[in-house]
Design a protein around this ligand. Structure first.
Ligand code: E4P
Length: 214
């Protein structure tokens, strides 16, 4: 499973990159707005830090304007992935982007048929939002399982990018359900390596070592 950070914050991205296990970045308009910086400059900086896929989202809702934005974003760096909303206009834009070799991440996926459609049309990534389904009392993880089955049935190459992951258990469950990638906030990312028994165990080892040396 690949790990993406779901943030547009450069400090978090640098800290994650330093650990050497960040495979890519996802951003969205809300995350970018939080940073208060020029969108394209910020995305270019992220692409310099992380050589893997960096998703940057269009903000138009009509096909022609989405494609125009997609072409401009794709110019920023070779690792840009253009994020398109999974709406009819977004699917039309996806078809054009795919024909031009622009890599895409189809976002805001909440049901398996949306995932099937975007794979048929040639999406690079599909992003089911698990946490937001859980928020309204649905089983977000079931969606990952359904998409995995459908993609495997037909041999689709579109990668399943489990998004809206809210805690480490979501990452574990998404990995078990066969997601290719999990994208998570920095806070969740930091928790993935933590266990109190590891800290206690290390403390004891070092205390015993130091005692024996005296
Ligand atoms: C993914 O690409 C999205 O940016 C993200 O995972 C949304 O997460 P949220 O539902 O916590 O806002």
């Amino acid at each position: 499973m690949k790990f993406f950070l779901d943030t547009a914050n450069l400090d978090e991205i640098r800290a994650g990159a330093a650990l050497g296990i960040v495979d890519g970045i996802t951003t969205n308009p809300s995350l970018v707005a939080k940073e208060g910086k020029d969108f394209k400059t910020l995305v270019a900086q992220i692409c310099e830090i992380i050589p893997g896929p960096v998703s940057a989202e269009v903000v138009s809702t009509e096909c022609d304007s989405m494609v125009k934005e997609a072409r401009e974003l794709a110019e920023i760096a070779p690792n840009i992935i253009v994020k398109l909303p999974t709406i009819p206009e977004g699917v039309k834009a996806l078809k054009i982007c795919a024909s031009e070799g622009i890599k895409t991440n189809l976002t805001l996926i909440f049901q398996p048929l949306q995932a099937l459609i975007v794979a048929k049309v040639g999406a690079t990534f599909c992003s089911p939002f698990l946490g937001r389904l859980d928020d309204i009392g649905h089983d977000g993880m079931l969606l990952i399982e359904e998409i995995r089955t459908i993609y495997d049935n037909y041999g689709f190459q579109t990668e399943i990018l489990a998004a809206s992951l809210r805690h480490p258990l979501h990452v574990v469950q998404a990995a078990k359900a066969g997601a290719d990638i999990g994208t998570m906030p920095y806070d969740v990312f930091k928790k993935m390596l933590n266990h109190p028994l590891t800290d206690i165990g290390l403390e004891r080892f070092l205390a015993d070592w130091n005692k024996a040396k005296k």
